[in-house]
Design a protein around this ligand. Sequence first.
Ligand SMILES: Cc1ncc(COP(=O)(O)O)c(C=O)c1O
Length: 406
Amino acid sequence: MKLDIEFARAQFPAFAEPSLKGQAFFENAGGSYASRFVIDRLMRFYRTRKVQPYGPYEASRLGGAEMDEARSRLSAILGVEKDEVSFGPSTTQNTYVLAQAFRQWMQPGEAIVVTDQDHEANTGPWRRLADEGIEIRVWEIDPDTGHLDPAALEKLLDEKVRLVCFPHCSNVVGEINPVTEITAMAHAAGAFVCVDGVSYAPHGLPDVGVLGPDIYLFSAYKTYGPHQGIMVIRRALGETLPNQAHYFNAEVLYKRFTPAGPDHAQVAASAGMADYVDALAEHHGISGDATARGAGVHDLMRGQEEELLQPLLDYLRAKNGVRLLGPTDAGARAPTVAMELREPGEAVAKRLAAHGIMAGGGDFYALRALKACGMDLEKGVLRLSFTHYTSESEVNQLLEALEREL
Ligand SMILES: Cc1ncc(COP(=O)(O)O)c(C=O)c1O
């Protein structure tokens, strides 16, 4: 089955926005457009429910119910329990809170495995535990391709390792890591697993229950939603780590690692992310429970993306002066394509803007990955990232602009 892209685009007001007409968006890995469901819910909340939620009056009851709905519907798609999903201000902030919990729980001499493929959010906070006598073992990438080899992880695992952190997909390498295989290796060694799914989730929400990690993090604002960080923390780990919230909230799993008061409106609006998945499922005749509908929509999105990504990869691979990071096979990666050029990535992005291409250049907070691949951080990379809602004509517009500017 093929994605009806016109239907998908009709769910995003940005595509009908006059001021964005002719502008092709290729910085989706920085933050996606929001679907109309999310925007409508956000506006409804601010207009009609902007009161303290969970109170005995109607507006408050509706506000609280909508916040609960966001967790229950997203958890169902993600294949986990409702109280295993929690919201924080951003993935980075969520990781810092989790790292603080591990700081209290771990003993000096124990170890954490981190990668140099990750965005700083899923590596820096963990590395800081070295202050506490925790050993940090770095799972290094292949300096030529940016690939993370599971065989190299095997050598880092022993009974001292309590946690293995890695990305589902890096925001510059783009390669999809085999989460189930890596998680099984880590679990067999007695370690918990924390996966940064920020660069993967926009390409189809995964069934985290099946993938198997103990923590799965992603950012709603890159996944057609509002500016929130979403965290799956499986019960066994969540109940083991020390509570980071007010002491009287310790028994509520979804509150244990979110010490800040929630952004009520944005949590509620996140239910719109599930509305979008359901709208796509219904339109394409995908039925079954929420997890099955999510899986069907995931495959639709991936199919569409792969079809448009391959020509872009083929073009870039053949181009002189372009060093592409990650696989050149669209099936092995997300459409988040970073490349080193002869000149700074940002300078090229600026010139692409004149062709109606919205893209970015720089390090994208993946300094360790770029450095490990021998790249010049001052120069940075050009990154072109898209999603299922990107059209063939937008990709052609990009190819024409690249032909003029590279
Ligand atoms: C792969 C990846 N992980 C984590 C983050 C951090 O997410 P947040 O902005 O929600 O803190 C980003 C943001 O760009 C990212 O691309």
